[in-house]
Design a binder for this molecule. Structure first.
Ligand code: 6OG
Length: 158
């Protein structure tokens, strides 16, 4: 049996730009990504998404302003734990994205997303998110730089 851990990943967006954060420590260090982390035992997925936004970039988001847009399953060679990442997108937020010990936030225009400095899976599923399509993706990593196989499909609903 594969053990599963649930994570959140939130992207704030507007018509021209998307907010990414440069991860300053831990898993995915020095990569640009959305904001998120592990869902704790005493909270729902959406509560975790909101908490992580506050902790990682000092921004308040409300439950109804986060839209569930995708799900990503990651497995890593030799690791029995599957990461089940729930992806959210939002437009409305309160406060100013600010640097924390964990993340350095920055807005990127859609033609300037730094895929070379992101997880390799991102360039495969971002087109779904950016085109407002719901998606499910499954990726197996041979090592932290290499995807050995994957599958992505569009979903009709989440
Ligand atoms: P903390 O360790 O910071 O949570 N995450 C990934 N995101 C992408 N785009 N690709 C991956 O490919 C990822 N693996 C993990 C989930 C880790 C954060 O990083 C995301 C969480 O938001 C392997 O608590």
């Amino acid at each position: 049996m594969v053990l599963k851990k649930v994570y959140t990943l939130v992207f704030l967006r507007n018509e021209k730009k998307i907010l990414l954060g440069l991860k300053k420590r831990g898993f995915g260090i020095n990569k640009w990504n959305g904001f998120g982390g592990k869902v704790e035992q005493d909270e729902s997925v959406i509560e975790a998404a909101i908490r992580e936004m506050k902790e990682e970039c000092c921004v308040t988001v409300k439950k109804d302003d986060l839209k569930s847009v995708g799900q990503l399953d990651f497995t890593f060679e030799g690791d029995p734990v599957m990461m089940d990442v729930r992806v959210f997108s939002g437009v409305v937020y309160y406060g100013t994205p600010s640097e924390t010990d964990e993340m350095a936030p920055k807005w990127f225009t859609y033609d300037n997303i730094p895929f070379d400095d992101m997880w390799p899976d991102d360039r495969l599923w971002f087109p779904y998110m950016l085109n407002n399509k719901l998606f499910y993706g499954k990726f197996h990593y041979k090592d932290l730089d290499t995807i050995s196989n994957y599958d992505i499909r569009e979903l009709k609903s989440m």
